[in-house]
Design a protein around this ligand. Structure first.
Ligand SMILES: [Zn+2]
Length: 134
């Protein structure tokens, strides 16, 4: 089930600010690093604010764990990834805004994009990351 924000109800209740905490399994195909996979579901701790023009801003943190082989020395490794995500949703979106209709914001595309942006180009184990020459 794709998490969504019920904008219509929020406006009717004059509840323009809210929080949303979702956990979901991300699509493993999003990962471009060889021998690396998700080691946990993705957690998104989000806050939204709805403005007078019906635009809504969503901000928050995306976090998950990756596990697999270090992209450099092939040692098994695991790493916690954290990412600050933000998106603007509008009934008539322009540029990099997300669209929404019927009073519901569907967070699916936004969450997928955020996971993609959060993913590092490679996964390094502790000692490879520490030697600074990344
Ligand atoms: Zn390594």
């Amino acid at each position: 089930m794709v998490p969504r924000i019920d904008v219509k109800t929020a406006i009717a209740k004059k509840k323009y600010v809210g929080e949303l905490d979702v956990t979901f399994d991300a699509d493993g195909k999003l990962i471009d690093i060889p021998y690396v996979e998700f080691a946990s579901p993705v957690r998104a701790a989000l806050r939204y604010e709805i403005f007078a023009d019906d635009k809504a801003e969503v901000t928050g943190t995306i976090s998950f764990r990756l596990k697999g082989l270090c992209s450099r020395c092939l040692a098994e490794t695991e790493r916690e990834i954290g990412y600050s995500a933000e998106g603007v949703f509008a009934p008539m979106p322009k540029d990099d805004e997300y669209g929404y209709s019927n009073g519901f914001i569907d967070l699916g595309e936004f969450l997928r994009d955020s996971v993609m942006f959060a993913l590092p180009a490679r996964l390094l184990c502790g000692s490879c990351a520490d030697d600074g020459s990344e």
